[in-house]
Ligand binder design. Sequence first.
Ligand SMILES: O=P(O)(O)OC[C@H]1O[C@](O)(CO)[C@@H](O)[C@@H]1O
Length: 194
Amino acid sequence: MPPFATPPISPLSITFDGQTGTMSPEGPVLTRRMSDLAGLFADTAAWEAAVADGDPVVYQVASSPVPEAEGELPQSITTILPGTVAGEFHMTKGHQHPNPQGEIYLGLSGTGGLLLFDGERPQWIDMAPGVIGYIPPGWAHRSVNTGDEPYRFLAVYPGNAGHDYGWVLANGMGHRVYRGEGATPRFEPFTATP
Ligand SMILES: O=P(O)(O)OC[C@H]1O[C@](O)(CO)[C@@H](O)[C@@H]1O
């Protein structure tokens, strides 16, 4: 796997393919399988069954070589594969930035959404190609594939924002997102995973 570049970074041009989720030049690629999402889906028995049944890839994050370092603006393309666990849509783990800073997402292909939570209020942004979702400082964020094809988006974020996963495990994300009637997702209040 290619490494992140080492600062100081020279100006560079990065080409991305919104249909494949690849970047050139490329940096590290992170693969998260079902087993990496322990404690996140409401139906633990269904999650365990999915892990036992081949432990499928849920999402991949392909980064450019720009590193997660202070002053830099790393970019990545996340691809969430379609599917549910007992009706709860495939999603990213979700995280809070321990160093509160904003982030932008740009929808590239497929359909999904951005679930945000500040500890009190859940918010939802429908995402599709051409939509920019803005994550303000202090809002935990999780992406969800609400369609039947891969959902892809570009993320650009401050290199020293960090990823706090414990905050999401402790506080939840306000809502859970399920397959609903037709193309409209169904939201349910967050319940802790038993
Ligand atoms: O960190 P998580 O919740 O696994 O999700 C990965 C997401 O985080 C980022 O790396 C940066 O916020 C995104 O590119 C990506 O969608």
